[in-house]
Design a protein around this ligand. Structure first.
Ligand code: HGY
Ligand code: MN
Ligand code: MN
Length: 411
């Protein structure tokens, strides 16, 4: 089995160099879509792609594509991930997938010359929704043609900017977004850090993803009576903080009671007016609830909604509950999963098949192409934190699997 020459030191250097753009502290990164750091990261990636011999272009939402044209006409084999990060996030989430696709394609071009079928490396934008909470997957939604003109004004950043204004601010023309739609992609493979503890517990470097979980984000706004924290007796209070506290612990308990792989997280909370001597007027929090099984996920969401309305009712408070993101679970393509599994086996790289508890651009692309993912081990299972770490050895093994799969698909 001839493996492609993937040089670990190049992988490590690229991860390090990219992580300096938007660096936070020692190992963190904040690189939100359309920010100066995001622009600089796309420029850096474009220069690496050009050095590797890829023809580069930016589409209307700012996705960066590096193309290795095939000798035969036909749909492309695409690999890549997202360059935006959580705020702050780690050096590997998304970034490693782009570096993997670039490094694998570069090795194939060096060793085997021009492919029969076109290979494309892509750096997608706003997968995280870390600047525009409802824009998650903005880049892959543009490729699927799922962005409507009204999204430009209704997609608002956490700082109150519209995505249309921000795009125009960096020279992108939102009226061109329909041109970003693609219908010529045959296969999409994404290498990504696992972001959980399974591979480490199994002491394995690589996982082949068979299915990706679905998620729903709720915004819950509980309103009550602002009043004096001292003079107003407890029994007369209509305190949204007491209700929110009960709701938050209740929805988390719902996921615990349902059992793995059900998960529910509350990671964002706002209090108005947010002073210690005032009983709050309003408490707003966001729920991230996930489950890979279509029926059980509906059951989990129903339990959450029922609990929230029951508590609001009992405490005589107003509650406004709305969904601001909703993505169904998606299976990967069995044929591509088999191909990745076989490539890892032939390369004698130990691996397992597994599902993804994180959501990914791959599940968007699965609506227009055959897809699968390669996971590499996350140290301590950590991610969405500057503590995120994946060893160069594990990353390199994952890239070898990717390179071999791309070779089998494109040459
Ligand atoms: O939230 C997620 O699963 C992804 O990392 N954005
Ligand atoms: Mn990611
Ligand atoms: Mn992420």
């Amino acid at each position: 089995m001839s493996e492609q020459e993937i040089h670990p030191e190049i992988v490590e250097q690229r991860v390090y160099d990219l992580s300096r753009i938007g660096q936070v502290g020692e190992t963190g990164v904040t690189r939100t879509v359309y920010s100066p750091e995001w622009v600089a990261a796309q420029d850096q990636l474009e220069s690496w792609m050009q050095t590797a011999g890829l023809e580069t272009r930016r589409d209307a939402v700012g996705n960066l594509w590096g193309v290795a044209k095939g000798t035969e006409p036909g749909p492309s084999i695409v690999s890549g991930s997202h360059v935006d990060s959580q705020a702050p996030g780690g050096r590997f989430d998304g970034a490693l997938g782009i570096i993997a696709a670039l490094t694998a394609t570069e090795a194939l071009l060096k060793q085997h010359g021009q492919p029969l079928r076109t290979i494309e490396v892509v750096s997608l934008c706003e997968e995280e929704g870390s600047r525009f909470s409802t824009a998650g997957f903005w880049g892959s939604r543009a490729v699927l043609g799922l962005i409507s003109p009204e999204d430009l004004a209704t997609t608002i950043s956490f700082d109150g900017e519209t995505i249309g204004d921000v795009m125009r601010g960096i020279g992108l023309d939102p009226t061109r977004i329909p041109a970003a739609k693609r219908d010529d992609i045959d296969t999409f493979i994404e290498l990504h850090i696992e972001q959980g503890p399974v591979l480490e517990l199994e002491q394995l470097p690589v996982g082949i993803v068979t299915a990706i979980t679905g998620y729903r984000h709720y915004v819950v706004e509980v309103s009550g009576w602002a009043n004096h924290a001292g003079a107003f007796p407890m029994k007369y209070r209509r305190d949204p903080m007491a209700a929110a506290a009960e709701m938050i612990s209740g929805v988390i308990q719902n996921a615990i009671d349902m059992g793995q792989p059900a998960v529910t997280t509350v990671g964002r909370l706002a209090i108005e007016p947010n002073f210690p001597a005032i009983i709050p007027e309003r408490v707003t929090f966001m729920i991230d609830a996930r489950h890979p099984d279509p029926a059980l996920r509906e059951q989990l969401y129903e339990q959450h909604e029922k609990l929230i309305y029951e508590i609001a009712d009992r405490r005589r408070l107003n509650v406004d509950l709305h969904i601001n993101k909703d993505l169904a679970p998606r299976p990967c393509d069995p044929g591509i999963v088999d191909l990745l599994d076989q490539a890892a086996t032939d390369l004698c790289i130990p691996h397992i098949r597994m599902t993804s508890g994180a959501v990914h651009d791959t599940q968007r692309f699965s609506q227009i192409a055959r897809t699968a993912m390669i996971f590499v081990q996350s140290k301590d299972g950590r991610s969405h934190t500057p503590e995120e770490y994946t060893s160069t050895d594990h990353a390199t093994l994952g890239i070898q699997v990717l390179a071999e799969a791309l070779r089998r698909l494109a040459y």
